[in-house]
Design a protein around this ligand. Sequence first.
Ligand SMILES: NC(=O)c1ccc[n+]([C@@H]2O[C@H](COP(=O)([O-])OP(=O)(O)OC[C@H]3O[C@@H](n4cnc5c(N)ncnc54)[C@H](OP(=O)(O)O)[C@@H]3O)[C@@H](O)[C@H]2O)c1
Length: 259
Amino acid sequence: MKTALITGACINTGVDIVKKFASEGYDVIFTGRNMEKVHAKEKEYREEFPNVNIWGYHIDSLLDERTVDEESVEKMFAEIDAKGMFVDTVILNAADQGLGMTIFENPLTDLMRVINTNVVWNFCIVEHASKRMIKNGGGNVVFINSNTAYRAIPDRIAYVASKGGQLGLMRALALDLGKYNIRVNAVLPGMIKTDRWDKNPEFYAKVPSRFTPIGDVAVGEDIADAAYYFAAHARNTTGAELVIDGGNTIQLYPIVPEK
Ligand SMILES: NC(=O)c1ccc[n+]([C@@H]2O[C@H](COP(=O)([O-])OP(=O)(O)OC[C@H]3O[C@@H](n4cnc5c(N)ncnc54)[C@H](OP(=O)(O)O)[C@@H]3O)[C@@H](O)[C@H]2O)c1
């Protein structure tokens, strides 16, 4: 039985990733920060997918803005070991979105918080997962990155920096872990429809990311399919990027619809 660890999977894209892997017969361990939400989601997933094992784990990346909670990652993997489970696939979906961050207003600790979650914590998870993968003959890691790793967006300084850093981390890990039969790849979404669309429909009706060759943005299932491709099919692929942004980043200027 294959087992995927999927981070940040109580809401939005993470939910679609859990559903994709569970529907393909994977056992799933997913994370969220809030114990009650994790338990509620675990119940929901188990009802929808009675034929696979689904286990929710509540974990926060940080002790404080400056400090990644490495001990909790160790504890999570020790508990997974104690259950006799082996995580052969890690999908790093959780992210601090670092919304509304401007150069002169925010304290340095805001930058630290976002980089610590999106880069350092993810490294820590891969470190602990890959030790087990080596013993078990290999595995694979998929980062849910962002096309902002290449093209910046306004007021998201820490997020953009973190996604660029994350992509460098992905390549370095792919290089160092390949010899252990561990593949490491990244999905680069553009904009994804999430519950934030429902909360702010006017803003999202006008978002420039819609002005792409395809003319629309991704849904969570698109990202889940790409993550599943890397995990389950891409036997000879490592250090690769799959951009899911409707062609947004290949343009010199946005294609603005006439109406
Ligand atoms: N949405 C987009 O338009 C878009 C575009 C490009 C790339 N992406 C990337 O795609 C992925 C999913 O995006 P999304 O919009 O679905 O994400 P989201 O709705 O913001 O959810 C993020 C998840 O990350 C978890 N998380 C946040 N801070 C955390 C922390 N300090 N420790 C542990 N977990 C933490 C959250 O946990 P809780 O449930 O506990 O809050 C949540 O489950 C992210 O990596 C994002 O950067 C998204």
